[in-house]
Design a protein around this ligand. Structure first.
Ligand code: G6P
Length: 366
């Protein structure tokens, strides 16, 4: 384990900046989208399944939620995502043609392992894990595995494990789409090109750190924050809120922006910063009207937009523009500024960033 911090103040910061490398390593040098990336049996299994059930905890659960959007829209396969500690104790309706996918950085989370066993007990034996530790219990217990190459993650708040899981889940989406003849040769070539460019695009986003650091000063004095996103960026908003609460101890909630009217709008005052994940996509116009609702109530908006978004800075409206428009890969790129924001807010507040109170890196007991 390399415990050298190099130029960084904390492991979390180091791990945030390692992400371009971690994603590049997770992709290896793939030059075509093949089921065998997920194991020798993968092609056969993928042909047999009619749906997917993703089981995970914490940050890994949010990568599963994000993947549901990709898998259903691109590979047209039905996906359920469930928190492992809930799934293991509830009565559910098993489907032997479901592929069980566990997501786990450590591969040792007790609830996720127990949820996997529970699924097996119910007769679901097609199992796969996306995991960062190749020697873990999870990898041993699953039939198929994709090992992410984030490297050892020391910061308790997960960063590079999350973006490498997303990378693997996007690859899985492409593999399943190709098997179902939903991916033309041109689509495949385009997707591979974008994946190969991903580490570079990530580095360009990480270069926004000085701007994000300025925002952190404003957040550090607040006790509550609201995060909004829509579509596949809703889980990214959830992950952004989780990062902030884990390490800065600011209470943060995430909402799909369309739900604003159904509750959280009642909380909006100038004391609650509202972070908006606002990439250019088909939901942007809707999101803009959600932002106006917040502004009209005196809320202060902190918007992560991009170079095509045409969202202008004004009073009560702060905007940081990511340098590109990223299509399907946008959730991965929009994760980075949220990690940096949480990190710098925690630094201003002087918390123990790498070892937040009451939390453990790997929860191996119930
Ligand atoms: C703990 C960690 C989180 C992590 C979760 C799931 O709560 O603090 O960062 O997301 O466990 O861990 P896993 O290793 O299964 O991904």
């Amino acid at each position: 384990v390399n415990t050298d911090l190099g130029p960084y103040r904390h492991f979390m910061q180091k791990e945030i900046f390692e992400q371009p490398r971690a994603v590049a390593d997770t992709l290896h040098d793939i030059d075509s989208i093949e089921p065998e990336l997920f194991g020798l049996l993968a092609r056969k299994r993928f042909m047999e399944i009619d749906s997917i059930l993703i089981l995970a905890c914490g940050t890994s659960y949010y990568s599963g939620l994000t993947a549901k959007y990709w898998l259903e829209s691109i590979a047209k396969i039905r996906v359920e995502v469930e928190i492992a500690s809930e799934y293991r104790y509830r009565e559910s309706v098993p489907n032997p043609n479901t592929l069980i996918i566990t997501l786990s950085q450590s591969g040792e989370t007790a609830d996720t392992l127990a949820a996997l066993k529970h699924a097996q007990t119910l007769g679901m034996h097609k199992t796969m894990t996306i995991c960062n530790v190749s020697t873990s219990a999870m990898v041993r217990e699953c039939e198929l595995a994709y090992i992410t190459r984030a490297g050892v993650e020391i910061g308790v708040a997960s960063t590079k494990a999350f973006t490498t899981q997303l990378t693997a889940l996007y690859l899985l989406t492409l593999v399943l789409a190709k098997l179902k003849n939903l991916l033309s040769q041109e689509d495949e070539a385009e997707a591979l090109k974008n994946l190969k460019h991903l580490p570079v695009a990530m580095q360009d986003v990480l270069n926004l750190e000085p701007q994000i650091k300025k925002w952190a000063e404003k957040f550090a004095q607040k006790e509550h924050a609201l995060f909004l996103g829509r579509g596949m960026h809703y889980p990214i908003a959830l992950e952004g809120a989780l990062k902030l609460k884990e390490i800065s101890y600011i209470h943060a909630e995430a909402y799909p922006a369309g739900e604003l009217k159904h509750g959280p709008l009642a909380l909006v005052t100038n004391q609650i910063p509202v972070v908006v994940v606002a990439p250019t996509d088909q939901l942007l116009e809707k999101l803009k009207s959600n932002m106006s609702e917040v502004k009209a109530r005196g809320g202060e908006l902190f918007v992560f937009s991009d170079n095509a978004g045409k969202i202008e800075q004004s009073s009560g409206m702060h905007v940081i523009r990511l340098p590109g428009v990223y299509g399907d890969l946008s959730p991965i790129l929009h994760t980075l500024p949220l990690q940096l924001l949480a990190y710098h807010v925690a630094c201003v507040r002087g918390t123990d960033v790498d070892k937040p109170r009451n939390l453990a890196k790997s929860v191996t007991v119930e």
